[in-house]
Ligand binder design. Sequence first.
Ligand SMILES: *[C@@H]1O[C@H](CO)[C@@H](O)[C@H](O)[C@H]1NC(C)=O
Ligand SMILES: *[C@@H]1O[C@H](CO)[C@@H](O)[C@H](O)[C@H]1NC(C)=O
Ligand SMILES: *[C@@H]1O[C@H](CO)[C@@H](O)[C@H](O)[C@H]1NC(C)=O
Ligand SMILES: *[C@@H]1O[C@H](CO)[C@@H](O)[C@H](O)[C@H]1NC(C)=O
Ligand SMILES: *[C@@H]1O[C@H](CO)[C@@H](O)[C@H](O)[C@H]1NC(C)=O
Ligand SMILES: *[C@@H]1O[C@H](CO)[C@@H](O)[C@H](O)[C@H]1NC(C)=O
Ligand SMILES: *[C@@H]1O[C@H](CO)[C@@H](O)[C@H](O)[C@H]1NC(C)=O
Length: 796
Amino acid sequence: MMGYRKFDLFIWVLSVLCLGWLCSGFNPADIYLIDCGSPANTSVGNRVYVADNLASKFLSTPKDVVANISLKSITSFDDSPLYQTARIFTESSKYTFSISQSGRHWIRLYFYPFVFGGYDLSKAKFSVSTQNHVLLGDFSVQNASLVKEFSVNVTSDSLVITFTPSNNSFAFLNAIEVVSVPNQLITDDANNGLHGLTTHTQALETSWRVNMGGPTVSFEKDTLWRTWVPDQSFQVNANLAKYVSNIAAVTYDAGSALATKDIAPQTVYGTLTEMKSADDTNSNFNVSWEFTVDPGFQYLVRFHFCDVVSKSLYQLYFNVYLDSLIVARDLDLSTLATNKLAVPYYMDYVTTSAAVSNKLRISIGPSPLNNAYPNAILNGLEIMKLNNSAGSLGGANSLVPSSNSSSKSNVGVIVGAGVGSFIAVVLAAILFVLYRRRKRLADQGHSKTWLPFSINGTNSHTMGRKYGTTASAASNYSYRFPFGVVQEATNNFDESWVIGIGGFGKVYKGVLNDGTKVAVKRGNPRSQQGLAEFRTEIEMLSQFRHRHLVSLIGHCDDDSEMILVYEYMENGTLKSHLYGSGHPSLSWKQRLEVCIGAARGLHYLHTGCAKAIIHRDVKSANILLNENLMAKVADFGLSKKGPEIDQSHVSTAVKGSLGYLDPEYFRRKKLTEKSDVYSFGVVLFEVLCARPVLDPSLTKEMNLDEWAMEWQKKGQLEQIIDSTLAGKIRPDSLRKFGETAEKCLADCGVDRPSMGDVLWNLEYALQLQEAEIPGDAEENSTNTIGEQSPQVNNFQ
Ligand SMILES: *[C@@H]1O[C@H](CO)[C@@H](O)[C@H](O)[C@H]1NC(C)=O
Ligand SMILES: *[C@@H]1O[C@H](CO)[C@@H](O)[C@H](O)[C@H]1NC(C)=O
Ligand SMILES: *[C@@H]1O[C@H](CO)[C@@H](O)[C@H](O)[C@H]1NC(C)=O
Ligand SMILES: *[C@@H]1O[C@H](CO)[C@@H](O)[C@H](O)[C@H]1NC(C)=O
Ligand SMILES: *[C@@H]1O[C@H](CO)[C@@H](O)[C@H](O)[C@H]1NC(C)=O
Ligand SMILES: *[C@@H]1O[C@H](CO)[C@@H](O)[C@H](O)[C@H]1NC(C)=O
Ligand SMILES: *[C@@H]1O[C@H](CO)[C@@H](O)[C@H](O)[C@H]1NC(C)=O
């Protein structure tokens, strides 16, 4: 077509950016990554999706509509940056890609239905097809982000992907990806099971890709950019299953029928789900999973195995079932995997007829053969839909969730849900409505010997096997509580002891058996999404101890628990003292002291160690107050290590809380400490005005930061201060405070002060306030103090 050169500008992106083993040698001959509608290139992990205008030569469309999501309408910052722009097709439109090497190619289509102008993308209805196959028929996307992944064998020198709106509707697309697939990935001899099917002409759609017994394996950890989701939510009876992790043991072998890193990564083969039967030699039951599928299609099911549990060879024999059919009897991995343990092995199986129900059940169970300890394992599973005899994959519109599946894209969840975000967001009205606690606790938190009490034989308590390798780094830092102790401390997670609920679970009040009060955050045990945040928080909080950072007392990762135990903060969140919860209003001096304390905590994070730590979620709900109203910064789940000296930013997907988000970070996805400074500036105005950052009663479409800045620029800040402070703030103190907040909210990070400068200026504002002699409100007295102060360190 139109003379496309073979090696286009995109081809080298991956090879240039490829990091070590991640690529394991596979260099896709064709690679096209396009961020539709985007005015600029977008980096995701180590890949660059090019701007829409650079991709216009691939697109032929009778009409141009480029859409972008506005900062205000975005609901989940956890979503990929690819979802922020889209292309809308009101008439049939096609992308044409030249193909330099025939063979299988992945087509990944990204969808996120937002509202743009007159287009509600969730109302779009359309079909997508290639020259030979219908990929999607009468398709629509309701309310969640979604990635559709297809694999087709392209034998011509171009691949044409056509988007056709259904009657009176339109089509849309947020991003598109066409990438070569290694030829060995789908073959006709993947250890039988294909019943004579030839895969050459098959179009496949990935329905499910699951990592048994382990957390999500993100695309960055997969040589072929696949995402593997955890298996818990598919289990029929989770009580029968047990998880094992031994990633280091996995040894790829060159044998012909064996798996390579391209078949599935080590992190998939290194974790598994097995029968919870270890000690009972009479165990006889199946472990089963159930997957929703489209009826009317056949499926190619790929099973991944790797025996990282057996102590010696020829111990493990088991059966594998698909619905009621036996797929493999007395499966003997030791023999199949070249008489070695821990060698990855996979096999394919094609369902013999089109599915009649919308459920596909996979089971594993013990074989009666010579099984001293009955067991059965499964490490990974892929379910791929095969095109029907008409060459089509379209049909019922089953929506396969993307890597960001269901729970993350819930509209209304403002921040990416995660253990780290517990205290924060969703039901933030009353968090940490706390009770009385002992005074000594506050000091206990930051001393080095902070084990709250001793437990006999803690060493005999082995690490949970699941995540053994990943969690252990964290547990070097933090005290590990046995689950029973946490259970006892929270009165067995008594619902009436809940003091906060977040996107990812609950926060309980707790009392350890020595009387120490604690706050216990418990991640939903069935969800793995918060694991990264869980570990980040443990690492951050155990390494960085400071009187203005909330102390972590310990954690618990028994079984699949993700529990964090913190010092108890008597007075709850700063937010609850500003509005909405009936606490007595804080004086101006108290507010300044709280801001100063929080600024000290953040200043320490930014400068206290070799590498700056960026908190990323600074807001009034993450500043907690102890019994003396001393402020401590909390919630480090989103924290990131700052840039190396030779770089000036960390590039990352946008996370944070609506209303506090640095606009520069949002635009450029580049994170520096100055993003925290921006958020802190919003907190300063929140403290001054005692208003929520997203206040519907403000002028329409305006957040607190914009609104307060308008008044500050007019020099009329006193018009909008909390009415309970009216007449109680010295004009000088207010002016200093307003200037400080204004500088924090500068559009460009470089124009914002450092946290250290903010701190000094707040201290100055406090001095200006305290200089007031009762009954003598003369300006002169404060000016004198200001000039004499040795600590004053203005921005200029
Ligand atoms: C966008 O990416 C393409 C391909 O990697 C590159 O050639 C181009 O220079 C980039 N544009 C910008 C503005 O970075
Ligand atoms: C979003 O679209 C509007 C209207 O087309 C345009 O004015 C604006 O520049 C776009 N913003 C971005 C970030 O692309
Ligand atoms: C589309 O419109 C045509 C003609 O108006 C009609 O025959 C057909 O049934 C419609 N298809 C759908 C899916 O609504
Ligand atoms: C693609 O199709 C061609 C022609 O049918 C066949 O020779 C080739 O082996 C196929 N490639 C793959 C990876 O299936
Ligand atoms: C396991 O599942 C298969 C297929 O449904 C069934 O035939 C078999 O009896 C089950 N085994 C046990 C022990 O329940
Ligand atoms: C899928 O489509 C191809 C034509 O591209 C056809 O040869 C093949 O039989 C179809 N597969 C099934 C399972 O019907
Ligand atoms: C999303 O759509 C599904 C199915 O239409 C619905 O059950 C669910 O409630 C929706 N979620 C939200 C947050 O609107």
